[in-house]
Design a protein around this ligand. Sequence first.
Ligand code: PLP
Length: 387
Amino acid sequence: MTWTNESFQKYRLMAPGPVPLHPEVLKTLGQEMLHHRTPLFDQILKSSLQKLKKIFLTEESVYILTGAGSSGMEACLVNLLSPGDEVLSVISGKFGERWAEMAEVFGYKVHTLQVPWGEAVVPETVENYLKQNPQIRAVLCQACETSTAVLHPIQKLGEIVSKFENTLLLVDGITAVAATHLPMDEWKIDGLVAGSQKAFMLPTGLSFVSFSKKAQKFFESAKTPRYYLDLRKEKKANASGETFFSSSVTLVRALDRALDIMLETGLPKWIHEIQDRADFTTHIARTLNLRIYSQAPSPSLTAILVPDGIDGQKWRAHLEKQYNITVMGGQDQLKGKILRVGHMGFITNEDLFAWAGAMFKSLQDMDWPLPLTEQEFFDTTREKLKL
Ligand SMILES: *Cc1c(COP(=O)(O)O)cnc(C)c1O
């Protein structure tokens, strides 16, 4: 006996964000509304701001913004830079393109460092670029470029950029903070952004951002017009246990719960579990004779190369329709060419087991030649997951 129809009754969200929510987080989201200017909420806000520092691994303040992850990316730019400032944007996929586009809109002079999709940036290229262009104010880079599932060498970039007195390293860690080891202070990251619907297993709607001491010096001199994302106002408000604008009470309360769960587990163990899911996914792909797309795979998601002869868009849709599992496809040049499987959020071994079964069965449905029988695959998968 192997997987049955029942194995696929539960809906499974295995995208690299949004992600399945922890049952405790779901419960918290259902609580009564509370006013944000109350001692009770002040306490929740203060507590989550403190806990966020333990996730960012920083001594500096972390800010909570009500907005999608991109609002944190924008906050990073507008609070530190002035129109006319030069930035070096590392572009290795869709999110790199977005940050560079944003920087253009605010009137910065954008230098681009194009990295072939699927590859990580070579740190020496950044170093050489900065040596030739020391006027560059900021280097923008994703920690994990979610569109290609690549993990960039942020530690190395931190070592390099920190040698330049007037250059900041700004990191989009939206699928890396709390999913990979990314200690902000130790790795000399000057601006770090995270998002609620990725490793924090919350709904979309909050972004988190923190700045090094080196970056904070730019707060006052930055001349980019800003209002909603002006963190000087937020800083003052946070000091008295409040947010400047209305707080997203339900999300912050759920965040506080999620942070408790993460910190009770312990950040290293939390990250390790995500790595285990990535290792399992990779193992399953190889067992099915499939290849991994990324040259430097991130643990937060895995990009599996769609084999020749299979239409990746149809495959993705089939997994959803027939097996009740949502994974993501590729974008732009990768459309139909990869499947991206997320490892963040509340994912159990049963979920992984169902996903593996769905991968096998969907390939079978498409008459793709499989290297082992369903029974053999079932047994080895179960053994691997110790089910
Ligand atoms: C998801 C994601 C974002 C942006 O997220 P939004 O919440 O849609 O604004 C930015 N960067 C990376 C690397 C992401 O994975």
